[in-house]
Design a protein around this ligand. Structure first.
Ligand code: ADP
Length: 394
């Protein structure tokens, strides 16, 4: 039995999609619609070995999703003939309420809308995708899978911020964590790579993409993660600062008169590797460092040091780890970053195998390394499809 699911990841000006089997996790079609609402949008639609790219004017998400349906009609199998069982939506913030995937109804939509105060950049865009998809596919179940859900098991000692009580009770201030589908999938795959069930192992996952986070997964359950109330906390990222002294915000406000909206934007969109090097693409930054660019070299050092600190603290939080798994764009593709992160963790039990690291793994530690270091390609869409299929069959 196959279970094709259309997975939709709707951003503010883009829609990523995959038609993927929720059992085998094989994606038959994938695509990306970019620059929705601008003068010209680009659609990239890949099916089997074919790739089609064209430009079209798509004023809004409704037009984007209609273009998606047309792309399926024109290339390969129309969606209506695929035996689609559901449309699954990635939703960034599930707050305290959504700790599992849910079938979307009006009430769920209202709740996702209310959570927009916690994720103003993401939830409204996710919601727009859902609204349009419900109209376009009225007979199919629509499922929401939340980025925060996997971290719902993080205990109080790790999710409580020591801030005034009403911030916490009335304004939802706590650590939620993100990239949950990736941390869930990769930690499970890491256990499989060790030949164990997830319940038998402790795994640290370093998801290093444009956004980046680390999680500590104890016997299959997330017990800590580096992102917090929002995706701003934790690691140095492409354009996000990660951890800073919060008083920097008040200092800069007093010094420059910058509004909180400006400071929010500066920390989310103009900080991180971009602020340190002028670039966000890790390949370019590595090349610049190799070529002797001091800013790039220092930025790489800052980036990797922050990851190393988190990994070290999570080994302590877990009371020992069986594996460290690297994933996402940088984690999967940069031997340089992995080596810099792991180089001084020998005392904590990680012995890197340089050749295996250069070759890309999956195992990149030596056979006598107490902690196994791994490279595991993430599959967020696959995990969303899997969770959707499991929910609909339960
Ligand atoms: P997103 O968070 O947008 O999904 P990705 O997981 O696709 O991001 O990761 C994007 C990042 O991966 C970019 O910074 C890119 O430079 C980096 N990356 C991709 N390939 C390589 C590579 N070969 N070496 C170093 N970095 C890479």
């Amino acid at each position: 039995m196959s279970a094709p699911v259309l997975v939709i990841n709707s951003g503010s000006s883009s829609i990523k999609y995959q038609l993927i089997d929720g059992e085998t996790l094989v994606a038959s079609t994938s695509g990306l619609i970019e620059r929705i609402g601008q003068s010209e949008s680009t659609i990239t639609h890949k099916t089997g070995a074919e790739k089609h790219v064209w430009n079209e004017q798509l004023p809004d998400h409704a037009a984007g999703l209609e273009a998606l349906v047309t792309a399926f009609d024109e290339f390969g199998t129309p969606l209506s003939k695929t035996g689609l069982i559901a449309v699954a939506h990635r939703v960034v913030h599930g707050g305290r309420r959504f700790v599992q995937p849910v079938v979307i109804d009006d009430e769920v939509m209202a709740a996702i809308g209310e959570l927009s105060s916690l994720a103003p950049l993401h939830n409204p865009a996710n919601l727009e995708g859902i609204q349009v998809a419900r109209k376009l596919f009225p007979k199919l179940p629509q499922v929401a899978v939340f980025d925060t859900a996997f971290h719902a098991t993080v205990p109080e000692r790790a999710h409580l911020y020591a801030v005034p009580q009403d911030w916490r009770s009335e304004h939802g201030v706590r650590r939620y964590g993100f990239h949950g589908t990736s941390h869930a999938y990769v930690s499970r795959q890491a256990a499989a790579a060790l030949g164990k069930s997830p319940k038998e192992v402790n795994v640290i996952v370093a998801h290093l993409g444009n956004g980046a986070s680390v999680s500590a997964v104890e016997r299959g359950r997330s017990i800590d993660t580096s992102m917090g109330l929002t995706p701003l906390e934790g690691l140095v990222m492409g354009t996000r600062s990660g951890d800073i002294d919060p008083a920097i915000i008040f200092h800069m406000h007093r010094q420059t008169g910058a509004s909180f909206a400006d400071l929010d934007s500066a920390l989310n969109k103009e900080s991180g590797m971009y602020a340190l090097t002028g670039q966000v693409d890790m390949r370019a930054i590595e090349q610049a460092a190799t070529g002797g660019d001091r800013d790039a070299e220092v930025a790489l050092d800052v980036y990797c040091y922050r990851i190393r600190k988190y990994i070290g603290s999570y080994i302590a939080a877990l009371g020992g780890a069986d594996a460290i798994a690297f994933t996402a764009g940088v984690g999967e593709n940069s031997p340089e970053v992995r080596a810099r992160v792991l180089e001084s963790l020998v005392a904590l039990g990680v012995k890197l195998d340089d050749e295996a690291n250069e070759a890309g793994g999956p195992v990149i530690s030596t056979s006598d390394s107490p902690i196994t270091a791994l490279v595991i390609p993430t599959n967020e869409e696959g995990e969303i499809a899997r969770q959707t299929t499991t929910l609909l069959r339960s």
